[in-house]
Design a protein around this ligand. Structure first.
Ligand code: CA
Length: 221
């Protein structure tokens, strides 16, 4: 899961970004709308956390998100702001935001709201995926084969989650690297292949299908 944090106050940006990284997200940071916009042109984000008042202007966060929506980018947006008037909340939602949190906030609340946004953005049937002998609980990040819990590294889990939540869709090595590591190193190394090999060894070869010349996918039921 890749998240963009757009926040100009360094302390808030750093503590928020680090806490998200500790929770296993890939995080990109921006302090101005124009930087954030450049990142959204390069990468696909699963969600964005956007401060409203930026050096670009008092409503710069709103304008940034209006631009995203105009560009057909539908990733969920959580606005952060010190302002909490009804007018501002409405303006934020009208600009294309999905949720709104006023400062000061508790990091736990940002995490909880983010999880809720991600769940809504990618509705997953019953919060559990069962296919053949694989049992995957999204919220708990728990993976079982039969009755045995399988321990995956966070990167192995990241690949499985990406592929399994979009069963049948083919992901290139580059897209997988981008989502799971936050960088595209696919041209230089076969690291994605190594992780896929580990997943197959732990869960069964059927779990990741190779599409020759294109990439990998999780099979449709
Ligand atoms: Ca600010």
């Amino acid at each position: 899961m890749r998240i963009l944090v757009l926040e100009d106050e360094p302390d808030i940006r750093t503590s928020l970004s680090n806490s998200l990284r500790e929770a296993g997200y890939v995080v990109d940071e921006a302090e101005r709308g124009i930087e954030a916009q450049a990142l959204t042109e390069l990468f696909e984000f699963d969600a964005l956390i956007v401060d409203v008042r930026l050096p670009d202007g008092p409503d710069a966060g709103f304008h940034f998100v209006e631009g995203l929506r105009a560009a057909q980018i539908t990733s969920p947006v959580l606005f952060l702001t010190a302002r909490d008037s009804l007018r501002d909340r409405v303006a934020g939602l009208d600009a294309g935001g999905d949720d709104y949190l006023t400062k000061p906030f508790a990091l736990e609340e940002v995490h909880a709201r983010l999880r809720a946004l991600l769940r809504r953005a990618r509705p997953l049937p019953a919060n559990v995926l069962v296919q053949r002998d694989l049992h995957l609980e999204w919220a708990a990040k728990r993976v079982m084969i039969g009755n045995e819990t399988v321990h995956l590294t966070s990167k192995e889990y990241g690949i499985l989650e990406l592929l399994a939540s979009n069963a049948g869709r083919v992901y290139s090595r580059s897209e997988i690297a981008d989502h799971v590591w936050g960088v595209d190193f696919s041209a230089e190394t076969n690291v994605v292949d190594v992780y896929v090999k580990n997943l197959r060894r732990k869960l069964g070869a059927w779990v990741v299908e190779t599409v020759i010349g294109s990439g990998y996918r999780f099979p449709q039921p």
